[in-house]
Design a binder for this molecule. Structure first.
Ligand code: NAI
Length: 386
């Protein structure tokens, strides 16, 4: 039976363990915290029992999956693993020291992967004697439900590692996309304007969060508006990701964090988990009358969507991923109503360019610069191939 080692039994590691065991792999789940291992196993049992109740799997299957799950606090359990996936705290030094130790315990053909969201895979790989066996395998939260996985070759990764990692994760029933080892990979890079431009519109006083959220869900057909989503993710987490992406892009103004969100973090208004964020969750809020202006709402949606399209097009321009993979990532990874590049084709590339140029003319900020790819495509009259 193929065998995978998972380091870190938190939200991600536990979920990845369930995915692998369900796909027929033996799993060795490791954590420094023994209590966390018990908690994680209990949670997986609860999830599987729920699947039995709902008739998705039967009792025999449930027992077989649990029978493939082992917990350990010893790296020697990884000796015969084909793959080890690390999902511990987002700390470069912790990850590097783990990779160094784990490499000594596994066979020479074992793939070592990191689930990092924001660190450089090349830097983590550099801790190993053989960095060519290291790559990024980035699941989304919760791993059991989210179909998308980004596979990230580092500059050191060899082609066999990449092909094998891709084949294994596909065999676990996931949809894989390949992304360059750059900040945010695909999804966490391309999605930045969803929050950033929403915040900017609010900070300029153009509309309130509830208005922008309504515009994005009713007109844009997104599942959640940016402010509801940020409250749900937690402003501490979302603000930290924004700051780290901003820094990692050498302070490109396109990724500039917002004072409005910083103020919430400073105040401890972290969103749903603290009862207050952009919205107040401590009291039953009576639906407030909103001055609904359909044309303003459309302008807001158009502005956020063209900024998202610009980000997606620029990711193609910089060879972060193919247009097809970017659209797959945004529709399957974060459930966007449409692929952004398909959306660009639909709106018309020239129209997208002129909307971006209008924003640039108004603000004269580098944040609103149009991607060279869009401009070239508009000139040639071409479309994204998807
Ligand atoms: P978490 O905090 O829920 O779990 C981390 C686990 O690692 C904890 O159980 C902790 O005891 C364990 N741990 C810490 N140091 C350790 C060490 N030295 N050795 C072994 N175990 C250790 O974190 P979460 O959310 O599961 O994230 C894990 C990784 O996945 C991070 O790199 C994060 O950036 C990434 N990620 C997180 C996503 C999310 O939405 N939470 C989405 C995609 C990736």
């Amino acid at each position: 039976m193929p065998r995978v080692g998972i380091i870190g039994a938190g939200a991600m590691g536990g979920g990845i363990a369930q995915v692998a065991a369900t796909a027929g792999w033996e799993v060795q789940l490791y954590d420094i915290n023994a209590e966390q291992l018990d908690k994680s196993l209990d949670f997986i049992k609860k999830m599987l029992n729920r699947s039995v109740e709902k008739g998705r799997i039967d009792d025999v299957e449930c027992k077989a999956i649990l029978g493939r799950l082992y917990v350990t606090q010893n790296f020697s359990a990884f000796a015969n693993c084909d793959l080890v996936i690390e999902a511990v705290v987002e700390d470069l030094q912790v990850k590097k020291s783990l990779f160094k130790k784990v490499e000594k315990e596994v066979s020479s053909d074992c793939i070592l992967a990191t689930n990092t969201s924001s660190l450089s895979v090349a830097s983590i790989a550099s801790a190993c004697d053989d960095p060519s066996r290291v790559c990024g395998i980035h699941f989304f939260n919760p791993p059991v439900l989210m179909k998308l996985v980004e596979i990230i070759p580092a500059v050191q990764t060899n082609s066999e590692t990449l092909a094998k990692a891709d084949q294994i994760i596909s065999s676990w029933g996931k949809l894989t996309v390949k992304a360059k080892d750059t900040p945010g990979f695909i999804v966490n890079r391309v999605a930045r304007p969803f929050y950033g431009e929403g915040l900017r519109i609010y900070e300029e006083g153009i509309a309130e969060p509830s208005f922008i959220d309504r515009a994005m869900t009713e007109i844009g057909e997104f599942r959640m508006g940016p402010f509801t989503l940020m409250d749900y993710i937690g402003h501490d987490v979302n603000y930290k990701v924004t700051c780290s992406v901003f820094e990692a892009f050498y302070w490109d103004p396109r990724y500039k964090p917002s004072f409005a969100q910083k103020a919430l973090v400073d105040a401890g208004y972290l969103g749903r988990k603290t009862g207050r964020g952009f919205y107040n969750y401590t009291q039953e809020e009576s639906p407030q009358e909103m001055d609904w202006d359909a044309s303003l709402a459309q302008e807001i949606v158009d502005r956020i969507v063209v900024m998202l399209i610009n980000e997606a097009a620029d990711a193609v321009f910089w060879n972060i991923a193919t247009s097809k993979d970017i659209d797959l990532a945004m529709t399957r990874g974060v459930n966007y109503p449409k692929g952004l590049l398909a959306w660009a084709n639909e709106i018309g590339i020239s129209r997208v360019v002129s909307q971006l140029d209008q924003l640039y003319d108004t603000y004269r900020e580098d944040r609103y610069r149009c991607s060279p790819l869009l401009r070239t495509m508009a000139r040639k009259g071409s479309q994204f191939e998807l």
